[in-house]
Design a protein around this ligand. Structure first.
Ligand code: KIV
Ligand code: ZN
Length: 392
């Protein structure tokens, strides 16, 4: 009997890292609505916000804990805290109503951040981490510790810091590529090395958190999994600080479509990806780029004649996945100046017109002339090309 594949935990940070980026601010009710949708998507953990940041953030995390985290089968509700007593106590209060909660504590680990931003020594960082993770542990038995800027940190110090966090009670260790600087090879190697060097590293859930400054967030996340991470921190559409985070829908699609290369299971209800994308689109001020993988308007659209011909013969010619597995409705064949006769004939049939060869040739000539002048060809344009004498 073969052993079941290992699980990857989906930790969604759309409402925290995502929400704190320009154009992505959400009101209280919008956050709660989106968290309900994340529960339908069946993410494992919802990072609902940063409760110390404002009363509004506290209230949203608290409402999500109440409403979305109220049953044992609901996602775990997490809140972010710096290594400060007041932050940790705010998260503890905010997430308390959730049946499963998490306090996510972080401190910077690179010398640059310690010296310039926090103005503390390495020893002070170690002391604060030990003390604050232990404090967090008195409020929850599920503590995540993040070493901010891990990928630009001295590996020996990072090992020391993570060891202190684990000894103080952290159960998940996140090694973020905070500034999106790492390459996939480096990111994977970091997990392999730290996991090996940290005592009891095997009892810990290791987590990725990748930013997209060099467009590497998704592939770095996959590399982290190969290095032993079993939690991925992702956001819908990849929204997040600067260029954003790894996109949930991309990581989910890779795990689904390339399970030969990445043999890991997850709990997501993939059919909810379309609805989750739509919900986000309705809430924040910009949608995904049309060519965005999985959820973009063009992700399953085919405009060139050669591709349309192939798609009509067999979708496998140009599609590696079916949009319906993501609950996405696709406008598969888009008519325009690159379309061929077969695509036009197909659309005419869908509209109820069956033309003989001669008639089709005639309509096709008029179609190409129109397509040269008009960028978008709608069904009513196509219907208007058919001579009145031909009944639908
Ligand atoms: O990018 C980052 O390092 C973060 C941490 C707070 C986890 O968002
Ligand atoms: Zn981040």
């Amino acid at each position: 009997m073969s052993t079941p594949p290992e699980q990857v935990i989906f930790f969604d940070t759309t409402l925290r890292d995502g929400e704190q980026s320009p154009g992505c601010t959400m009101h209280h009710d919008e956050k709660v609505r989106f968290a309900h949708q994340l529960a339908l998507l069946n993410v494992d953990v919802i990072e609902a916000g940063f409760p110390i940041a404002s009363e509004g953030d506290f209230a949203a995390v608290n409402s999500i804990a109440h409403e979305v985290g109220r049953s044992g089968s609901s996602p775990r509700i997490a809140g972010l805290a710096r290594c400060r007593r007041e932050d940790i106590e705010a998260v503890a209060r905010a997430v308390l109503p959730a049946v499963k909660n998490r306090i996510h504590v972080f401190i910077a680990s690179s010398d640059l951040h310690l010296e310039v931003k926090l103005r503390i020594s390495r020893q002070q960082a170690l002391d604060q981490t030990g003390e604050m993770v232990a404090l967090a542990r008195t409020h929850s038995d599920d503590i995540e510790f993040s070493a901010e800027d891990a990928t630009r940190s001295d590996p020996d110090f990072l090992t020391q810091l993570v060891t202190v966090a684990i000894q103080a009670g952290a159960t998940t260790i996140n090694l973020p590529d905070t500034v999106g600087y790492s390459t996939p090879e480096e990111y994977r190697a970091m997990f392999e090395s730290i996991r090996q060097r940290v005592p009891a590293g095997d009892n810990i859930v290791w987590s990725t958190h990748c930013h997209d400054d060099l467009g590497l967030a998704t592939i770095n996340t996959m590399a982290g999994i190969q290095g032993g991470a079993r939690q991925v921190e992702v956001s819908m559409h990849g929204i997040g600080e600067r260029a954003g985070n790894a996109a949930l829908e991309e990581v989910a699609a890779i795990l689904a479509v390339r399970s030969d290369a990445y043999p890991y299971a997850n709990q997501l209800d993939m059919k909810q990806i379309g609805a989750t994308s739509k919900a986000l689109d309705e809430i924040i001020s910009f949608g995904p780029a049309p060519n965005k993988a999985v959820v973009g308007k063009n992700a399953f659209a085919h405009a060139s004649g050669i591709h349309q011909h192939g798609m009509l013969a067999n979708p496998k010619t140009y599609e590696i996945m079916t949009p319906s597995i993501f609950g996405v409705t696709a406008n598969t064949i888009v008519l325009g100046k690159h379309s061929g006769r077969r695509a036009l004939e197909h659309r005419l049939k869908e509209l109820g017109f069956t033309l003989n060869r001669e008639e089709l040739d005639e309509v096709y000539v008029r179609f190409t002339a129109l397509a040269d002048r008009k960028k978008s060809i709608y069904d009513q344009d196509v219907a208007a090309l058919v001579p009145q004498s031909l009944p639908a």
